[in-house]
Write a protein that binds this ligand. Structure first.
Ligand SMILES: *[C@@H]1O[C@H](CO)[C@@H](O)[C@H](O)[C@H]1NC(C)=O
Ligand SMILES: *[C@@H]1O[C@H](CO)[C@@H](O)[C@H](O)[C@H]1NC(C)=O
Length: 123
C-alpha cells in the first residue's frame, strides 16, 4: 500500500510527521485535525481528491495517514493501530508523562531506529 503521508499528534502537539510526496497533505491534515476537536476516541476517514485521510485517536494520541482510495479502509487502520502501539511502547504506557514533558517544553526526540515508520519502509 502506498502510504503517502502520516502524522502523529499527542493532544495538540505534533510528535512525528512523514511526507512521502510533494503534496499539500500536511495542510489538509491540519484542517482535518481541526475538524475533530476534543479528545474522544475516533476512527474517521475523509476523502480529498483521489486520497483518503484516515484518522485514529486513542487515549489522546492521534495518528493520521493519507492513502490512495484503492487501499480501502482496513489496511490503513491496521497501519494506524500499529503506529499507535509503537508510540505507546516507545514512550511508555504513561502517555501522561509524555504530556507533562511536553508541557515543560521538552522536545521528544524521535530516534530514527525507533521510528514507527521505518518498518513500513517510510524512512
Ligand atoms: C490541496 O490540493 C488540492 C488539489 O490538489 C486542493 O483541492 C485542496 O484545496 C488543497 N488543500 C489545501 C488545504 O491546500
Ligand atoms: C476504533 O477502532 C478500534 C478497532 O480498530 C475499536 O477497538 C475502537 O472501539 C474504535 N473506536 C471508536 C471510537 O469507534
Amino acid at each position: 500500500m502506498a502510504m503517502l503521508y502520516a502524522l502523529v499528534v499527542l493532544g495538540s502537539v505534533m510528535l512525528a510527521e512523514f511526507t512521502g510526496a510533494s503534496t499539500n497533505a500536511s495542510a489538509v491534515a491540519r484542517q482535518i485535525l481541526d475538524k475533530i476537536p476534543g479528545d474522544n476516541d475516533v476512527n474517521i476517514s475523509y476523502s480529498q481528491d483521489q486520497y483518503i485521510f484516515h484518522v485514529k485517536r486513542t487515549d489522546g494520541l492521534t495518528v493520521l495517514c493519507m492513502a490512495d482510495e484503492s487501499a480501502g479502509r482496513r489496511i490503513p487502520f491496521a497501519f494506524l493501530e500499529d503506529i499507535h502501539q509503537r508510540f505507546v511502547r516507545t514512550y511508555g504506557r504513561a502517555v501522561r508523562n509524555v504530556m507533562i514533558e511536553l508541557e515543560r517544553g521538552d522536545r521528544l526526540s524521535l530516534q530514527k531506529a525507533n521510528s514507527p515508520f521505518q518498518k513500513h519502509g517510510l524512512l
